[in-house]
Design a protein around this ligand. Structure first.
Ligand SMILES: Nc1ncnc2c1ncn2[C@@H]1O[C@H](COP(=O)(O)OP(=O)(O)O)[C@@H](O)[C@H]1O
Ligand SMILES: [Mg+2]
Length: 210
């Protein structure tokens, strides 16, 4: 899916935390130097990824559109256990996300939507909305409803709040969890988003075990 939903920061965080290899089809990627060379697989959009050995774990950061038959995207999706589609609560992202899910569904129904960049909406009287779990936020609920209305099979959805931790990730070249271990103050501010990522890892591990 095109631009700014958070594919690159989410893929990078997964690669750093899980020590997965990282595959990218972006010509101007940002991974040189902090993803070890032997774990970085950078190809051009019109090339196909090689067959990844069964004992190698890899996360792909895929830019572009599957509908054009882009070989890099197709070859990655064909060998993936799980396709993660990040969607945020704006019309262009909802449209692109649903389009992506429908295209990916031709290859696999192992899809996880990450409802991302979630923010607390202001209620009447300028009060921020109140909830216990980010899945109950207006942003997440609208993403979930819009996806289920447009896709005729159930798609699991996990929440991820908006956070400047994702910018710090590229400055520090450390995962959110690693930054928290380095700095107890950050551990406090990033605690919720780290918890949300752990739920994503739990989901990945369950898929892997199947
Ligand atoms: N919860 C979140 N998930 C992903 N990105 C987020 C989140 N909150 C804020 N961001 C910011 O949104 C931007 C999305 O990253 P970007 O590289 O534009 O995505 P993509 O790789 O999909 O084009 C980054 O600047 C990131 O810091
Ligand atoms: Mg990107």
């Amino acid at each position: 899916m095109k631009g700014s939903a958070g594919k690159t920061p989410i893929a990078t965080n997964i690669a750093l935390d899980r020590e997965y290899a990282l595959g990218t089809n972006e010509l101007y990627h940002v991974f040189e130097g902090f993803i070890p060379e032997e774990r970085l697989l950078a190809i051009e959009p019109d090339d196909a990824f090689p067959q990844i050995p069964d004992d190698v774990d890899i996360v792909f950061d895929l830019a572009g559109s599957l509908s054009k038959g882009t070989p890099s995207i197709r070859s990655a999706i064909e060998q993936s256990d799980l396709v993660i589609v990040p969607i945020y609560n704006e019309v262009k992202s909802l449209n692109a996300g649903i389009h992506t899910i429908l295209e990916v569904a031709h290859f696999t129904q192992n899809i996880l939507v990450i409802a991302t960049k979630l923010q607390k909406k202001k209620r009447k009287g300028n009060q921020p909305e109140i909830f216990l779990d980010w899945k109950d936020s207006k942003d997440c609920q609208n993403i979930a409803e819009t996806v289920q209305k447009n896709v005729d099979f159930p798609v699991p959805i996990l929440p991820l709040k908006s956070s400047n931790a994702f910018d710090a990730l590229f400055e520090k070249e450390r995962s959110l969890q690693q930054m928290c271990l380095d700095d107890p103050l950050l551990a406090h501010s990033y605690r919720e988003v780290v918890r949300q990522f752990n739920a994503i890892y739990h989901f990945i591990d369950q898929k892997h075990a199947q």
